[in-house]
Design a binder for this molecule. Structure first.
Ligand code: F6R
Ligand code: MG
Ligand code: MG
Length: 365
């Protein structure tokens, strides 16, 4: 059968200016590398883009998921772009390349990965979400809405193709284990876990017949490196129409700007703002966190597109609401719940301050 793999592999290899965007020369370098890979028949097609300070490689190929050749191509592309970033003294050059040498798979080495393999349908619309200044659990709420919430997705109620519901694959990123939930039957069990997105993340969604519907990147940079190395800035691929939610049902969850962790120094809660690509440049307090969505039709592996899906006045109110919420959160300054709880913060002076004050704490009698 004519299987195709869609891989989205991303990394922050240097920001312009600070952590706010990707400089054009990095995009051009990545395009040159991937163009050569098309000529070498390694990949079928590609699209290079950026969300905030994250460089995004969208590729189609016939090597399946977790292909060492494809992961090596991505890794070497990021290395080449890091060299460009170093030459320009861009900010945080090579930030997400946590290993000195490639070891067969970019997972666990810093870059984020979302990949799925499928047989192309007669028409294959896919939506690729990319976020900056937030972490991998940011997709839990929108994926739940798309695939399990009848108030969001009319097709769950009125389309015979979707009425059976979907299966969610949830990863526990602290214990490195996974579990599957069938919806709507196990909706409440699912929500017990994915309502805690710092630990439990929706990795993938399938139809009840086992067809892949959505896949997300669940790498947690801080867990990989054991220290703060920037937010994960996750990506997610969703197939659309027919047996899957319609394009508009996939986009609808982003009209409610939900609160995610990330923003300034990866240590604050704030609203996730859906923006067109030309506004994916978080600058206010290094945020607020952004999400972009590029739509493609896939035809024989060719990426027909992209369409910039949030470049639609239909999302203006969500953006306005984000700014209202952002103002309100910002006014809390260093107080929770704007600032993350102490154990979740990724920058902290707590150990130093504690040490300095060690002798000044007195028992309360
Ligand atoms: C958040 C982020 C930025 C930086 C901040 C400080 O994910 O990337 O908010 O944390 O700009 O950056 P450094 O520590 O590099 O000066
Ligand atoms: Mg950065
Ligand atoms: Mg980033």
């Amino acid at each position: 059968m004519d299987r195709i793999t869609l891989s989205v592999i991303k990394a922050d290899v240097g920001g312009f200016v600070g952590h706010s965007s990707v400089y054009d020369e990095l995009i051009e370098e990545a395009e040159d590398r991937l163009e050569a890979a098309v000529k070498d028949d390694l990949i079928v097609d590609f699209h290079v883009t950026a969300c905030g300070d994250d460089l995004q490689l969208v590729m189609t190929h016939r090597k399946g998921v977790d292909s060492p050749e494809i992961h090596r191509l991505a890794w070497e592309t990021f290395e080449a772009c890091t060299d460009v970033a170093r030459g320009l003294k861009l900010y945080g050059a090579g930030q997400d390349l946590l290993a000195d040498a490639f070891a067969g798979n970019v997972k666990g080495m810093g870059p984020g990965v979302a990949e799925m393999e499928f047989t192309e349908r007669p028409s294959e619309p896919v939506l690729i979400f990319m976020a900056d200044k937030t972490s991998a659990g940011a997709w839990n709420l929108p994926l739940y809405r798309m695939f399990a919430d009848p108030f969001n997705t009319a097709g769950l109620v009125i389309s015979p193709a979707m009425h059976d519901g979907f299966r969610f694959e949830v990863h526990d990123v602290k214990e490195n284990r996974r579990v599957f939930f069938d919806t709507p039957e196990e909706l409440y069990d699912l929500l017990v876990f994915i309502g805690a997105p710092g630990r439990y993340m929706v990795k993938a969604v399938y139809t009840k017949k086992g067809e892949i519907a959505a896949v997300s990147s669940t790498q947690r940079l801080a867990l990989i490196a054991g220290r703060y190395v920037g937010k994960d800035d996750p990506v997610c691929i969703v197939r659309s129409q027919g047996d899957f939610p319609a394009v508009g049902e996939v986009l609808e969850p982003f009209t409610m700007p939900h609160i995610v962790e990330g923003w300034m120094r990866g240590s604050h809660y704030g609203p996730l703002m859906p923006v067109p690509l030309y506004h994916a440049t978080p600058s206010r307090f290094d945020g607020p966190p952004r999400v972009v969505c590029l739509g493609f039709q896939i035809a024989g592996g060719r990426l027909v597109g992209p369409r910039d899906m949030f470049d639609d006045p239909g999302f203006d109110e969500a953006r306005r609401l984000c700014n209202v919420i952002a103002d309100h959160f910002r006014r809390h300054g260093p107080f929770e719940p704007h600032r993350l709880p102490m154990e979740e913060m990724e920058y902290t002076t707590l150990p130093q301050v504690m040490e300095r004050l060690a002798g000044r704490w007195e028992a309360i009698l």
